[in-house]
Design a protein around this ligand. Structure first.
Ligand code: MF3
Ligand code: CO
Length: 270
C-alpha cells in the first residue's frame, strides 16, 4: 500500500532528510586515510542523538550498527569495522534517522585519495543516474520511468552492472514502504506516481558485472567479481510538475571539495 504525504508531512520529512545530509557533511569533513569506519559509525550515532533523533538502522531486523559503510567491492550494508581506510578506497556512507516520527535515509560515495579514472567515472555516472531517475519523479509518470532512466544512463551508456537484488523504496513513518523502486526496468511500467509519494531512490552500480553475493554475516553485499561498486541515495517527494529533493548534497559536496584527502570525481575528470 502506497501512503501519500501531505505538504505538512513532507516538510517534516525534509527535516529528517536534511539531518542525514548534515550528518553526511560532518562525515565528509572527517574522512582521511587512517580513520576507521567504526570511528565514523560511533560519531554518526552520537551526532544523530545529539540532534534529537534516533539512528534508524540500528536494530533494524537486527542490524548491529548506526550506519552502513561500504568500501570498494562492498555494494551496500557494509558493517563498520576497525580497518583503516587508505588512499584509493571508495566509501559509501548510508545513514538513516527517525526525527519526530519521520524517516530520512540517504547515502553518498566518497573517494579517499585517487581510485583511478575508471572508478572516478563510475562515481560520476552513478550520481548522474540518480538525478536522471529523480527527473522522472513527477505525478503521472511510472516507477518504470525512474528505473529505465537509471539503467539507461549506467548500463546502456557505459556498460556498468546494475544491481538487481536491491532496490529503492517508499519512505515515511517506516523506512521501507511501497512502492519498490528498482534501478532497472521498462518505461511506462509499474505503479503510477502520485503527488505526495516520497521515494528513496538509490542506484547501486557496479564497475563490472551486476552479480552480487551476501557474506556469511547475512548483511554485507559484495560484487561477485570483486570490482568496485558505487551507491548514491536521495529522498524525493513526487511533485505535480517536478520532483522535490528533500535531502541535500550541496553541503556534502562543499565539505568534500574542502577536504584535501578526498578526490571529487566531477572535478578530477573535468
Ligand atoms: N539505505 C538502506 C536501505 O534503504 C539501509 C537500510 S539497511 C539497515 O535499505 F538494515 F541497515 F537498516
Ligand atoms: Co534506502
Amino acid at each position: 500500500m502506497v501512503i501519500c504525504k501531505s505538504p505538512e508531512q513532507i516538510e517534516k520529512m525534509r527535516k529528517s532528510a536534511l539531518l542525514v545530509s548534515q550528518t553526511l557533511t560532518e562525515v565528509a569533513k572527517k574522512l582521511k586515510p587512517g580513520i576507521t569506519s567504526l570511528e565514523l559509525d560511533v560519531f554518526i550515532g552520537e551526532y544523530i542523538r545529539d540532534h534529537n533523533a534516533v539512528p534508524s538502522f540500528l536494530n533494524y531486523h537486527g542490524y548491529p550498527f548506526n550506519s552502513c559503510i561500504s568500501v570498494n567491492d562492498v555494494v551496500v550494508h557494509g558493517f563498520p569495522n576497525k580497518n583503516e581506510l587508505k588512499e584509493g578506497d571508495i566509501i559509501s556512507v548510508d545513514i538513516g534517522v527517525i526525527l519526530d516520527g519521520w524517516h530520512g535515509d540517504h547515502a553518498y560515495t566518497f573517494a579517499i585519495g585517487d581510485p583511478g579514472t575508471e572508478v572516478l567515472q563510475l562515481i560520476r555516472v552513478t550520481k548522474e543516474s540518480l538525478y536522471k531517475g529523480i527527473e522522472k519523479a513527477v505525478a503521472g509518470n511510472r516507477i518504470g520511468d525512474i528505473a529505465w532512466a537509471i539503467q539507461n544512463h549506467t548500463e546502456g551508456k557505459y556498460g556498468y552492472g546494475v544491481v538487481r537484488e536491491l532496490v529503492g523504496h517508499g519512505l515515511g513513518e517506516s523506512m521501507h514502504e511501497d512502492p519498490q523502486v528498482p534501478n532497472y526496468g521498462k518505461r511506462g511500467t509499474l505503479s503510477k506516481l502520485k503527488e505526495g509519494m516520497v521515494l528513496a531512490i538509490e542506484p547501486m552500480i557496479n564497475l563490472g558485472r551486476r552479480n552480487v553475493f551476501t557474506e556469511k554475516d547475512q548483511w554485507t553485499i559484495r560484487t561477485s567479481d570483486g570490482k568496485p561498486s558505487v551507491h548514491f541515495e536521495h529522498d524525493v517527494a513526487v511533485g505535480k510538475h517536478q520532483a522535490d529533493i528533500l535531502s541535500n548534497y550541496k553541503p556534502i559536496e562543499e565539505a568534500e571539495s574542502a577536504n584535501s584527502n578526498l578526490v571529487v570525481a566531477d572535478k578530477a575528470l573535468a
